[in-house]
Each structure stands twice: as C-alpha cells, then as structure tokens.
Write a protein of this length. Sequence first.
Lengths: 333, 256
Amino acid sequence: MSRFSVGGMIELEGLTKRYGEKVAVNNLTFTVRPGIVTGFLGPNGAGKSTTMRMILGLDHPTAGQVRIDGKRYDQLKDPLTYIGALLEAKAWHGGRSAFNHLLCLAQSNGIATRRVREVLETVGLTAVAKKKTKGFSMGMGQRLGIAGALLGDPRILMFDEPVNGLDPEGIHWIRNLMKSLAAQGRTVFVSSHLMSEMALTADHLVVIGQGRLLADTSMADFIERNSRSYVRIRTPQRELLLDVLHTTGITAVEAGDEALEVDGSKAEQIGELAARHGVVLHELSPQQASLEEAFMQLTAESVEYHAHADALPSEQQELRRQQQQWGSEWRRS
Amino acid sequence: MAATQVVRSEWTKIRSVASTVWTLSLAVVVTIALGMLISALSNNEFDNMSERDRLSFDPTFISFAGMSLGQLALIVFGVLVVSNEYSTGMIRTSLAAVPRRGTFLASKIAVATGLALVVGLATSFVTFFLGQAMLGDHRAEIGDPGVLRAVIGGGLYMTLIAMFSMGVAAMLRSPMLSLGILMPFFFLVSNILGNVSATEKIGRYLPDQAGSRIMQVVTPIDDDKPYGPWGGLGIMVLWVIAALLGGYLTLKKRDA
C-alpha cells in the first residue's frame, strides 16, 4: 500500500547543458516514477551529476526543462519536503557540527528540530551529532548527506553515487534503505557507474552516455535483452556431435580451445541427444554473459575517455568493433 | 518559503562556525587596543605639535585610529560569511534548500549585517570612551557637537565595510581571491591613492576614504573634500549597493 497517492514525479523534457562547445547533457527526455528505484546509469563523465544538479535547479539548463510534480524546482514551497538529495560526498561546512548543519537546513524549510534528531538516529550519527563534520570518515559523510536528504520526509529521493567510498556494511545498509523507501511509495532516483550495483537495487533503468539517452527500460527487460545465455560443450567426438546437432537443427559455433557454443538454454536437450547417440561429453555447461558486459557494449561508443584504439592489440580492436556494431543495433532512444 | 525561516537558518549557520567568533573578536580587540595606544601617544605628543596641527586636533577621530586595522578583521568576517559557502561546497546544499537565490543572499547578508552592526556600534562606543580616557585634558565629550554622530558613524562604517566585503565575495566566490584583493586594497592602495596629490581627487571617492569622513568632528584646515560626514557615508553606501548588486547578479546567473 502506497503512502503517497499522488505526486513524486520527476519529468525531464529535452534537457540540455552545454559548456561552450562541449555538450554535457544532450536533449534528455524521461520520467522518473514513484514506487520504484530508478537507476541512472552511465560511465564516468556521462552527465549524470550535471543532470541531477539541473533537477535541483543548481545548474541552469541551456535548453529544455525539469518539472517536479509539474513545478519548476524554484517554485516549490519548502523544496526539502518534496525532494531530498544526496549530492557529492561533501557539500557542507566542515567546521559546523552535524546537528547544526541539519538544523540550518531544517529551519530554512520550516521543519521541526525534533526531525533533525530523528534523521540522525536513522542514519546512526546520534553519537557524533555535536562533532565537527570535518573529522568525519567518508562513510559518516555519506550518512550525513543521506540524513539531509531524509530531513523533509520527501516523496522523492535522489542519490548521486551513494555507495562510493562506503564499506560493505554501509553499502548493504544503503541498498536496503533505497528499497524500503521505494516500497513506501516514494520515488527513488539513484545514479551509478556500476551495472552490478544497479542490478541489485534498481527496478527501472535509465542509461546515458555522453549526455545522450541510451536506454529507458525496466530492469527485467534489460536483463532479458542483454544477458545472452549459451551452452558450452567439450567433446573428444567433435564431428559426431556436430552431425547429431545439425540433424536436430541446433547450430553450434566453435569457441576456440576446442569448445563449442550453442545459443540459448539447451543444456538438457543436448545432454539427452549426446546420450542417445553415444557421444562422450567432457563438458556441458550453461553460461550467461554478465550485465556488466551488456552495459559496456551499450555504452562502448559513448565512453569519453577510452584507451586509444591504435594502442590495442588487433584482436581487442576486432572485439571492440563487434561490440560497437552490436550496441548500435540494440540502441533505442 | 517564508523569508523568516531563511533568516533563522542563516542565523544558525553564522553562529555555528568558529570564524564568526574569531573575526569579530579580533575586530573588537584590535580597534579598541590600537585606538587606546594611539590616543595615549597623541596625548603625549600634543605639546610638541605645531599650531596648525593643534587646530586640526580631533580627539574623537584619533580614538578611532584602530579602525584602520580593525576593519581588516571585519573584511575577513564579511568575506568568509559568503565565500565559505563556495569553498566548502555548502552552497549546493544551501541552494537546494532555498532555491530562491535572492531570498537566500538577502537573508544571509541581513543576518551578517545585523551582527556586524551590533558589534560595530559597541566597539565604536567602547573605543571612543577608552580612547578619550587616554587623551586626558585633550579629550572630547560625547555631548560635544558632532561627537555622537561620529561615534554612531564609526559603528556604521564598520558595518558597511563588512557589507562591501560580502558583496565582493559574492561576486568572486573564492575566499582567497576576495581577501587577496580587499586586504591590500583597504590597507595600502586606498591610503596611497588618497594621500598622493596626483590621485587624491579620485582616492577620496573610494569607499573607506569617503565613509571615514563620518568619524571626523574637527574638519582639517586644508580640507577641500566636496562632501560632508553624511555625504561621505552616502558615497560609501553607493559602493556597498553596487557590490551587493554585483554579487546578487553573479549568484543569480551562475551555476552553483
């Protein structure tokens, strides 16, 4: 049951940010919806942080617009009660105590002082609330930033690379926090450059590269489309097996090191066929291409700072060429 | 978002950092101590002065001599109040909480100005009375013509110096750059421009030169400044308005 019946939408429309000649964010249009965790994925330098700053009205878009529940950010009354954000690791005065940092934020948005103590408790910083924040570790800093985001009990939460610099326990904590916030019906928009991280937390995925939208899809769809499964086979009776497979209409390709690969999840079928025809198998293993690979393929073309192609061995160049073709076939925007 | 909320928030910000306390204390201590020292020295020197210097002798203004150094601490106060937001990254958190940038800057400046005014006026009165105590027979009384105006004016002058610094810091956004320009300007450049005959006519329109006229009670004999005490303070106010306007436009226009 959702706590929030209406609201919680972030809508981007043709959002563009140019710095001189360089286009950091290029005509982004997508909507972030409540009740789920939306992952905002892209390589470093893809424009994720710039997009998030524009959502908060910190950076002015060159073109396009952002609407929070239909309003511009600066039209929101007490914006922290609509949208809470964790920006870069450190966005506060190190000489101020954690309590006073949160207190000045609370006061500016008419939030009760009691709420400051609550969020400090939630993130586990009560014991160091009166300490100056410059002594905080990276993990404590992230927790303070999250406390600031939760302060106004907002319907929308936005986290920029929240697991950066956290220890495993902290990472676990933040994943659960994001999931529980979404389960309460809130909108959770979280950026990352790690597909593996998104696969664990996000229900929906927005992928950008060099500021352009590469994909806007549900996580389930993305996994289905991108995780190629295949069966890896090794046999001393290679020719015999190829014949058997051929007559059944199964195509096997040579995968080097004497192994064969068959697309799809047909391990049982192949095993039964081999048994029936007396083919000896040394290996019959179902395999799955990782999501990380899929993400790299998707963004291969748009990665800004990749190694110079000439410096790569020809084999890798060939691989990259294939990946790029594959990626562009796939792409929808 | 009510402006009173933002003002309360800015008050929490200003009272919760150490730089507020040490810059303002330094301004108070330096202004008073140096004022007393120079007052005492002037008292001893009076008998050796020329007739001309004795006619220009201004005990009120002499007791404010410490302000030339004390104002530097107020410049640091004004600069840090604004540029700390940028150097610490706090500005992004602040503007996400208060996206109306005019309200944000106005509240910040109102709070810092209020604090500078209270400290400035208190310093001015204490400096005056302690300075006069050092001046012995040559002292002025608070009831003498123009003296009360000069003492209140001293507090206003300190406040306006802090405000001007806030405006400059809002334009430059970097504490080092702001201090690197303001400190030498008010400590050296302005004095040189105001005292070298070639540049004197321009120098006297600089904010500190014009503004400090309010603290003079006895007009020097050769004074040919085209403005009086309040006129001078008015010129300083114009400088402050220009700096704050520039700061506001910078904040409005640029990305945080």
